[in-house]
Design a protein around this ligand. Structure first.
Ligand code: GLN
Length: 510
């Protein structure tokens, strides 16, 4: 028996409640999600693989649990999309790369994510979602190994922005953002190293939270830059993203950087009074390069916070201008080391060669895309003797200065409000051949990443792109001191209630 697919448009909390009370079954909700993916995703490309049978079986187990009278978890029957950088036991996990995808046999299509590496274990966050009775219908498209800001670096196919199919959804977690924006799953997980949750959330009109570094275990997340990588959540509203984050956050002994601190009630913080909260606005973020219409949208959101009783004051983050350079040294250095494991010996692709060295060369040459190779080269260079002090060490010093800027600012304010991105979603193809332009567009998300701080993107007034056209989403970026995710949720939720973007969804979805 089918149910109305619009059940997927309910909030995460409503959906879980409906399943917990038995008003709808987890199987029905899961079928609806799979039907929607079948109907909507061919035009969007948000999913690399769909695990329909496994998801239905998991949903059935949830329904059986209810039938036995057992209490269901906080995400009962809620379909959640997973960025393909997260390991899922026995299910294809490619991280958007050929290097984790076995070659086709003769006669088969050349590149198929369904032939991706099948990990023998679940990522920590995947275990947590299953334990909360969520269902996991599929793996979301992404920039290869999480490197990129447009999803065009996926080794398989780009993701399209449901607000305008000619535009990028952002990256690297673009598939997760689009799964949510297009109503295929009510929530999704992504990872954010330098903006990969917040920027696609901004471009697609969804809510995306990057927690404090160490708040969520990285166990089973395919590493890009280990000192920056964090898993976080997407949903259509702040409450939904907060609930999912609450489920996946917390100490895990398998990640040495996992923090041993209690997990606050992020969802409970939604609705909390924000009167008297001090909002800092760094003028460095409203400078050259910022589209005036985006600036106006973000400033009017900040005025909205003032109207809610927050005080707004200027703060200074003087080292902001060095953050892009420092990030692209630190991140490339770490990725050059992390990606050494993809050698054709243990997993994924192997291209034979006449000896071991030739096999490594052939495998890595065929397996990695251009952007990944560029970064491995850059990272190897900045770590090499003679250049280590000049680049890597210096970048680490800049990182400390960026962190101190925030520490100073947070002495006088509770949260910092900025744009997420300098423009609305840019056209596919616009920046893909100009890596520097792509890197520079990360200017507002990188500093919080370097400082390890929690941050959220929440939709504010949409604006028309330069040259006209239908309005596109814009994100308000809120940054808080370490472990203050609950405060972020409170402020973002308060704004969401009065945001002109409230309730807007992409037009024309089938
Ligand atoms: N766009 C940034 C990069 O390309 C951030 C990516 C990310 O956060 N994974 O590195």
């Amino acid at each position: 028996m089918g149910i109305d697919a619009s059940v997927l448009d309910r909030s995460v909390g409503d959906l879980a409640r409906l399943v917990q009370s038995g008003e709808v079954s987890a199987v029905e909700v899961t079928r609806a999600a799979i039907d929607r993916i079948e109907a909507r995703d061919p035009a969007l490309g948000a999913f690399l693989t769909v695990q329909a049978d496994e998801a239905i079986a998991a949903a059935r187990a949830v329904d059986d649990k209810r039938a036995r009278g057992e209490a269901l978890g906080k995400l009962a029957g809620v379909p959640i999309g997973l960025k393909d950088a997260l390991c899922t036991r026995d299910a294809p996990t490619t991280s958007g790369s050929k290097i984790l995808t076995r070659r086709a046999r003769p006669g088969e299509p050349d590149l198929d994510p369904a032939r991706g590496f099948r990990p023998p274990y679940d990522a920590h966050v995947v275990e947590r979602l299953r334990a909360a009775d969520a269902v996991l219908p599929g793996k979301c498209n992404m920039d290869e190994l999480a490197m990129g800001s447009s999803n065009e670096n996926s080794a398989f196919f780009p993701v399209k922005n449901p607000w305008d199919l000619t535009r990028a959804p952002g990256g690297s977690s673009g598939g997760s953002a689009v799964a949510v924006a297009a109503g295929m799953t009510p929530a999704a997980l992504g990872s954010d190293t330098g903006g990969s949750i917040r920027q696609p959330a901004a471009f697609t009109g969804t809510v995306g939270i990057k927690p404090t570094y160490g708040r969520v275990s990285r166990y089973g997340l395919i590493a890009f830059a280990s000192s920056l990588d964090q898993v976080g959540s997407f949903a259509r509203d702040v409450r939904g993203a907060a609930r999912v984050l609450e489920v996946v956050a917390g100490r895990d002994g398998r990640d040495a950087t996992s923090l041993d601190a209690p997990v606050d009630g992020y969802e409970a913080a939604c609705g909390r009074d924000v009167r008297g909260l001090r909002v800092g606005v760094p003028e460095e973020y409203f400078a050259e390069g910022l589209d005036p219409a985006v600036a106006a949208s973000v400033r009017s959101a900040i005025d909205g916070l003032r109207g809610l009783g927050c005080t707004v004051e200027p703060v200074h983050l003087p080292h902001t201008r060095y953050a892009v350079a420092a990030y692209y040294v630190v991140a490339t250095a770490e990725c050059s080391s992390n990606l050494a494991r993809f050698d054709g010996v243990r997993f994924g692709l192997r291209v034979p060669g006449r000896d071991l060295g030739a096999m490594y060369d052939a495998t890595r040459g065929a397996g990695f895309g251009r952007e990944v190779k560029r970064r491995i080269l850059l990272g190897t260079y900045v770590l090499s003797s003679g250049y280590y002090d000049a680049y890597y060490l210096r970048a680490q010093k800049v990182r400390t200065l960026v962190r101190r800027d925030f520490e100073d600012a947070f002495r006088s304010v509770d949260v910092i409000a900025t744009p997420v991105t300098p423009t609305v979603a840019f056209p596919l193809g616009e920046k893909v051949d100009d890596p520097l332009a792509m890197y520079l567009a990360d200017v507002y998300t990188l500093p919080a990443s370097l400082a390890g701080l929690p941050a959220i993107s929440v939709p504010c007034a949409p604006v028309s792109p330069g040259g006209g056209g239908a309005p596109l989403p814009v994100g308000l970026h809120l940054v808080a001191p370490p472990l203050h995710e609950a405060r972020l949720c409170a402020v973002a939720h308060a704004w969401e209630q009065i945001s002109p973007a409230r309730g807007l969804v992409p037009p024309g979805l089938p």
